[in-house]
Design a protein around this ligand. Structure first.
Ligand code: ADA
Length: 557
């Protein structure tokens, strides 16, 4: 928000560690013996490496005007409690989700903000992050923290959705908060610094408007044209957002962007790095996205949790198409039927929609990777999740990645069929060397299945496929770079040629740290090694193969 005093609180904070339970935790008795970066993962700190407990971050602040402030956290994990001047002002059980806290600051010379983060697992079914997930459960403040002073009346929501691309009509949704008057409030909508100005009025704090923007460029991966909207209240408060004009549609089983058929070719990516965990510096994050873009790929599945605002903004600017999803992994029927787990999934959906709304790069909304969607009794909840997504944001198709394949009972409830399948890797019939025919046969059968009448009008994606390779391992057998490269080459050719497939997200962009439980025998080094790059983003043969193929073909849109 502009015109507001805004403080970016990233930097080095005081740090302490304790092993009290999360609920018993109190500020009394905490000694801040060390320092830690924010954003940062405390279990990568040399003194607390792989420890589980409560990491306590403290920041002393001066020059804070008394009044109403909004604290924004881009995401932490696994659970957090927030204290300001000794008072608890917030707590969260939502790893990776945005948090917004509005609280009052009393006059004082110095203030203290404390964020306590527990990286121990909740043992109940309700938890969003379970110990068996195939990615490391780091503890820390994963993303940026900022505070802003709120004026009396402020713009709490400013959303732009494309309605049509022939006349460039967009829908603007506005919500005011604070001292909202019952009557009308005049506002000015200013597009691209005066290129188009529209005066509107909101009543009782909310309003929706249709605006035509003749001559404004469309957004696409090839030309990621962004525009700016500044919304100003006469009293002075204003809010600004970038947006893109583009439509994503489904017609006859095809995925269309601005009326052109899409073939999505890209990667699943964990937003992680061995030295930084989930708090990757923006410079490295940007480099990942530039690597992805320059490989010729056009698609990123943000596996398996909400992505940061920063990452989405870079995808907007670079023209990378994104599948955003809520946190979940292999959840059991017991978890899916747990009322609190369900409530947490619904809340994640609401938060994710609010965050991704104005990002043209986000083209698919997803949830619950590889849940038990083949078991009776889960359809109701899956249907409710899809319906909630559509209510919150009807402009994007909804999907979940299924590994239950032909046995899945929930495919009809979503807009896109997305399969995670590992022929050539987890299949029992595979020998030591890659079997091209057996591999293709699996993909053919899935395509045939997706042609069944109740699914035929839905686009079909491979949301995961791949093989592990240890960098430097050669010889063509499993775990070698050649084996992986063969498999990747085969899938890329197959998806390119087969009309039923709208795309593939390879598993995965780069190797990433995983598992706390004792499964390391299938995860050498404690890493999931199916990256086409290793964990430091050094290429394996499969990466070079992919780049060669994409550069010389028109596989991408
Ligand atoms: C699954 C899962 C991924 C990863 C992958 C693998 O499909 O969705 O997160 O665990 O398998 O490497 O086995």
């Amino acid at each position: 928000m502009n015109n507001c005093m805004c403080r970016n609180l990233s930097g080095i904070w005081d740090f302490g560690f304790c092993e009290n339970t999360f609920d018993e935790f109190s500020l009394r008795g905490i000694t801040y013996t060390d320092f830690a970066p924010v954003p940062g993962c405390f279990d990568l700190h040399p003194a607390f490496r792989q420890r589980r407990g409560v990491g306590v971050y403290r920041l002393r602040l001066s020059d804070i005007a008394p009044g109403s402030w909004r604290l924004r956290l881009g995401g932490l994990g696994l659970r957090g409690r927030v204290f300001f001047d000794g008072e608890e002002i917030h707590s969260t059980v939502y790893p990776f989700s945005d948090e917004e806290v509005i609280f009052t600051v009393a006059p004082r010379d110095e203030h203290e903000l404390v964020i306590a983060v527990d990286n121990r697992f909740e043992t109940s079914s309700s938890a969003l992050f379970h110990e068996f997930y195939d990615f490391y459960a780091h503890g820390g403040i994963y993303r940026g923290v900022e505070m802003e002073l709120l004026p009396e009346l402020w713009i709490s929501r400013l959303e732009v959705t494309t309605l049509d691309i022939l006349r460039n009509t967009v829908k603007i949704r506005i919500e005011l908060s604070g001292g909202v008057p019952a009557g009308e409030v005049p506002l000015l909508l200013d597009f691209d610094d005066g290129r188009c100005r529209v005066a509107v009025q909101v009543t009782a704090g909310t309003g929706e408007f249709k605006v035509e923007l003749p001559g404004f460029e469309l957004w696409s991966p090839e030309v990621p044209a962004l525009h700016r909207l500044r919304c100003r209240i006469a009293s002075g408060a204003e809010r600004e957002t970038a947006f893109g004009i583009r439509r994503i549609d489904i017609r006859d089983g095809k995925l269309l962007l601005n009326d052109r058929e899409l073939k999505l070719i890209g990667f699943n990516r964990h937003d992680s790095h061995p030295d930084f965990g989930y708090a990757i510096p923006e410079s490295l994050q940007l480099r990942d996205l530039q690597l992805l873009k320059s490989s010729g790929a056009n698609f990123l599945r943000g596996s398996h949790y909400p992505q940061s605002e920063t990452l989405l903004s870079w995808c907007d600017r670079l023209g990378i198409l994104v599948w955003e999803e809520t946190l979940g992994w292999g959840n059991t029927a017991e978890q899916l039927n747990d009322a609190e787990f369900q409530a947490r999934q619904f809340e994640q959906v609401r938060r994710l929609c609010r965050k991704s709304m104005n990002h043209p790069s986000v083209i698919i909304h997803g949830f619950l990777n590889e849940a038990a969607t083949d078991l009776p009794g889960v359809e109701k909840f899956i249907g409710e999740l899809a319906a909630l997504y559509r209510r919150e944001d009807s402009s994007r198709p909804v999907a979940f990645a299924s590994n239950r394949l032909q046995r899945d009972r929930c495919l009809e409830l979503v807009d896109i069929i997305a399969f995670n399948t590992y022929p050539g890797w987890y299949s029992a019939n595979t020998g030591e060397f890659f079997d091209r025919e057996a591999f293709q046969e699996v993909l053919l059968q899935l395509a045939e299945f997706a042609d069944s009448p109740q699914l035929a009008n839905k686009p079909l994606l491979i949301s995961e496929i791949g093989a592990a390779a240890l960098r430097g391992e050669t010889g063509g057998m499993r775990w070698s770079e050649e084996y992986q490269a063969e498999l990747i080459k085969t899938v890329l050719e197959f998806v390119d040629e087969h009309p039923r497939y709208s795309g593939v997200a390879l598993w995965q962009f780069c190797d990433c740290r995983t598992y706390c439980r004792n499964q390391a025998f299938v995860r050498p080094r404690g890493f999931n090694n199916k990256g086409l790059l290793d964990e430091y983003r050094r290429p394996k043969l499969a990466w070079k193969t992919l780049v060669d193929m994409l550069k010389r073909s028109d596989l991408q849109t």
